[in-house]
Design a protein around this ligand. Sequence first.
Ligand code: CP
Ligand code: NVA
Length: 308
Amino acid sequence: MHTDLLSFQFWTAEQAKSILDLAIKIKSSPSKYANTLSGKTVVALFEKPSLRTRVSFDIGINKLGGHMVYVDSQNQPMEEREDPIDVGANLSQWTDAVVARVFSHETLVKLAAGSDIPVINALCDRFHPCQALADYLTLTEADGELKGKTLAYIGDGNNVTHSLLILGILLGVNQTVVTPVGYEINDNIQAFVTELAEKHNVTLSFSSDIEVLNNVDYIYTDTWLSMGDSTPLHHIKDKFMPYQINMALLNKTGARYVMHCQPAHRDLEITGEVMDGECSLLMQQAGNRMHAQNAILAYLVGNVALDD
Ligand code: CP
Ligand code: NVA
């Protein structure tokens, strides 16, 4: 059994499908899981701001019968005050799990190394696994079986892209990543997902040419400037504007659904018209954050079996 969720990198396809199924079960029968975390506490330690992740974890933990303690680290990254290994060891004395949003993936690795309780990644520079699980739950609800479908991620190659790629491959989703030159995904992760995709018979492609896109089922985008990136918008806007998700792109590609992890910036990476339009799954994605995370918590903290 996995003890942490830093990413889905080392999960099997069967485990990925099972955690998705567990999320569906928890969403449809919440009362069955109302005592899953009874008497248990989860610490949520955040170095960066959050609306969706923080609120959905807090309410979700409550719905599973547990209790969340929020630790605000936004004024000072954890490493500056104390070694994350020691933070993990201290937290293990009181709590049953740690949910952490951090700048550096290395902080999570150290936190997990010092802890003897599960550590769950609530976003770092490299991954956002809770988001990806909620996104594939949303697509499953909207479109049924995902195997063989095609998702196009357009925009900045980042933490969200990486997690969509990894979990999507495990679920059999073909993917195209279109990023401006200089904003591609991390090289090591590209090598990792390329090998993973071959193993799982999934098609991946990477390009900077938005014109190559046609015949995709889903389009996904994210902010052009991630949290902690202080680049002024006007420095990158002209470069990113051709990658905007708008009605013309939807019509050209035939995409049936549009997604964005949010926070979204209307009329920058996505037009308000598309956000509010009938192809938009944005609010379903946000709603499903809680159900996806509750499956992760039930499995890692509540000892619920994946085939429950
Ligand atoms: N999508 C997401 O993680 O949103 P927050 O940054 O508001 O948590
Ligand atoms: N890539 C974005 C995701 C926000 C949920 C960021 O890291 O800020």
